[in-house]
Design a protein around this ligand. Structure first.
Ligand SMILES: CC/C=C\C/C=C\C[C@@H](O)/C=C/C=C/C=C\[C@@H](O)CCCC(=O)O
Ligand SMILES: [Zn+2]
Length: 648
């Protein structure tokens, strides 16, 4: 898209209707010719998914447009191509104004009823555009390589607060209607997957001169406490990189159905409330999103095949920030050990095409290719390079890399060339296996990390596993002073061994563990998640109610997907998993509903072994064949119907 004409600026002028669950108005683009190819007709193309296109003008004149599917690209995933003919004389910038409306099906937007908010009085909406959902929020050239500056005016009900991934230019009441008009400006060129919107009953607290947290009034103080280190994260990140270009860094804590830990929307990170542990122990997700201000938002992957350049670099920078703040490099390694487990878990589930660092996506839904691979394999590639050239030199290189590719996009090959030129002739890079790192499926060579911070956790895991095998007593180590990372490392170490050995714990073991540590009552989502997985492994159904509550009161895919998968594969939870998902399908974000449905054996494998979320063809076929049903009940409910039919 956009290979001849490219959008450079967007003026978005829209109104929000909670009543009709639509966003409607105009998207006006400055469009520039970027290639001199003179074709028979000069056409500019936009992506549009689940949108109603009402009309198009070019330089103020009404202009014909067409909407058609792109051959080989499933319209259910990629939407349609909106084609607009430009005047032959359009040598400079054209102004293309598209009048449109979203539909309630839009996959980028979750419309929450008041019951799904904390306040229970007002509705709420938030968007999630990565990777290719921006096209269902607005017509756009929805490719990371097309970066636009943007201005937006958004009309909302008078009670609502509107936030965007941009700098606020104020708000005013519209005298004629009583509505509120919110004005935003993003002066830094930004890929469309980073356009974001959130509207609800929101309060804020300033936590520094350039950082503010937003949330529903009932939790805003807890959010301010949890993320109080944000300014320090930001300052530390600046020391490791180049100056922060985005002006403000605010955080909005969304309702619990937000499907990710965080999303790096510029100027306004979106986070899940599952980070609210009460002790700041999960705030490193904010460090991760801050890191994206450079790696991802400023220097951006050229296409989604090169997503690791966003996430691998960001994971590296996040771990550098955390270690620098703690003034101890061992924290970098400690976190990397947890990351390796994440990588190994995902690689075990993924088809080869998706476990390559540069995956083969080929017309498939990028949401299906999403995994820990770009994060952790990407991170390990960078660590391998860093160890070969030395920490200090690599740190300097990182700054040069950011300076070279800021405001534009980068491919894996461009990175490789840039890196090899910078370290030309370096003796430790002579036979570096770039091809293997980029294209070999599966796990990369096993790295060595400093284990001094993980040792006690790993030892405790070994002791519990011995006890479970009938060797030795219940471990008596006092863990009351342990931090969250030590606890999650301990549980991870148990899970790693069980998975590796295909072994199940005895039910009595998880009961003993609960007696010792009280994990079934823990508030911390990362600990509860891991302990729940152990209990499912042990078929310990005393915790089933807690797990079902956990998966129906938050919709973060990192937690709900593995838990539904594990329940579905277990004796104790299979029925409950299907029933619970069916009853709660509307709670989940459309992306999460799609992925969980596919995970629970509804894919090509169709059975208990299908749990990887990759083969969603059966459910997709069902959805395709039942468009009327979907229009009537929505995609999530339709998936529920499909599940119910399969059960029969
Ligand atoms: C190799 C994969 C190719 C393309 C995928 C690109 C985007 C995938 C899409 O599914 C969106 C992902 C958005 C992620 C946002 C935040 C994550 O960092 C959250 C990580 C998990 C969590 O902490 O909950
Ligand atoms: Zn990220």
């Amino acid at each position: 898209m956009g290979d001849v004409f490219r959008c450079t600026h967007l003026n978005l002028d829209v109104a929000i209707s909670f009543e009709t669950k639509t966003i409607s108005g105009t998207a006006t683009y400055d469009v520039e010719r970027v290639s001199s190819t003179q074709t028979d007709e000069d056409k500019v193309f936009f992506d549009a998914k689940e949108l109603i296109i009402k009309g198009v003008t070019v330089n103020g004149k009404e202009t014909a447009h067409t909407l058609s599917a792109v051959p080989g690209m499933d319209p259910e995933v990629f939407g349609l191509r909106l084609s607009v003919t430009l005047p032959r004389s359009s040598l400079g910038t054209s102004s293309v104004c598209i009048s449109y409306s979203t539909t309630p099906k839009s996959s980028a937007i979750q419309w929450l009823p008041p019951s799904q908010t904390l306040g229970k009085v007002r509705p709420y909406l938030f968007t999630q555009c990565q990777a290719i959902h921006a096209r269902s929020l607005l017509p756009c050239q929805d490719a990371p390589a097309v970066k636009v500056t943007y201005k937006a005016t958004v009309l909302t009900d008078s009670w609502a607060t509107c936030l965007m991934s941009a700098l606020s230019k104020g708000s005013a009441t519209v005298p004629a209607t009583g509505q509120k008009a919110w004005t935003w400006e993003q002066p830094v060129p930004t890929s469309t997957y980073l356009v974001a919107l959130c509207v609800g009953d929101l309060s804020s607290r300033d936590i520094s001169g350039r950082c503010r947290v937003w949330a529903e009034p009932g939790i805003v103080d807890a959010v301010a406490y949890e993320f109080a280190e944000t300014e320090e994260f930001l300052k530390t990140a600046e020391e490791l990189t180049i100056p922060y270009m985005w002006g403000r860094y605010d955080v909005v804590c969304l309702p619990p159905s937000f499907p990710y830990g965080g999303m790096e929307n510029p100027c306004l990170t979106f986070v899940t409330p599952t980070l609210l542990a009460g002790d700041r122990s999960l705030a490193d997700v904010v460090a991760h999103e801050i890191a994206h201000s450079w790696t991802g938002n400023l220097v951006t992957n050229s296409t989604w095949e090169h997503f690791w350049l966003n996430e691998g670099w960001t994971t590296w920078l996040q771990r550098k920030i955390m270690a620098k703040m703690k003034d101890d490099d061992r924290f970098f390694d400690f976190d990397a050990i947890g990351g390796w487990k994440h990588l190994a878990d995902d690689v075990a589930l993924l088809p080869d095409d998706f476990s390559r660092l540069v995956p083969i996506i080929d017309g498939r839904d990028p949401d299906e290719a999403f995994s820990g691979v770009p994060y952790e394999k990407g991170f390990n590639l960078l660590v391998d390079l860093e160890r070969r050239v030395g920490q200090q030199a690599f740190g300097q290189y990182a700054k040069t890399y950011l300076g070279t590719f800021k405001y534009i996009t980068v491919t894996s090959t461009e990175f490789r060339t840039h890196f090899m030129n910078y370290f030309k002739g370096h003796k430790n890079l002579k036979d570096f296996d770039w091809e293997g790192w980029f294209h070999k499926p599966g796990l990369p060579p096993t790295p060595t990390f400093d284990r001094t911070l993980s040792q006690a956790s790993e030892d405790l895991a070994a002791a519990w596993l011995c006890y479970d095998s009938g060797v030795g007593a219940v471990p008596s180590v006092d863990t009351s002073g342990w931090n969250t990372n030590q606890r999650t490392c301990f549980l991870d170490a148990m899970l790693v061994t069980l998975e590796r050995d295909g072994r199940s714990l005895k039910r009595g073991t998880t009961r003993e563990m609960d007696g010792a540590y009280g994990y079934s009552k823990v508030k911390n989502s990362e600990i509860l998640h891991r302990y729940s997985l152990l209990c499912i492994n042990a078929e310990d159904d005393t915790i089933l109610k807690t797990i079902l509550k956990f998966v129906t009161t938050q919709g973060r895919m990192k937690f709900v997907r593995p838990l539904y998968r594990a329940l579905y594969r277990s004796e104790m939870g299979r029925e409950s998993a299907v029933r619970t998902f069916k009853e709660n399908a509307d709670f989940y974000h459309p992306i999460a509903a799609k992925m969980v449905a596919a995970d629970m054996g509804l894919g090509e494998g169709g059975g208990e072994d299908g749990g990887n979320g990759i083969g969603a063809r059966d459910v997709k076929d069902f959805l395709k064949d039942n468009k009327a049903a979907i229009a009537a009940v929505g995609i999530a409910a339709a998936v529920g119907i499909y599940l119910a039919r399969r059960k029969k």
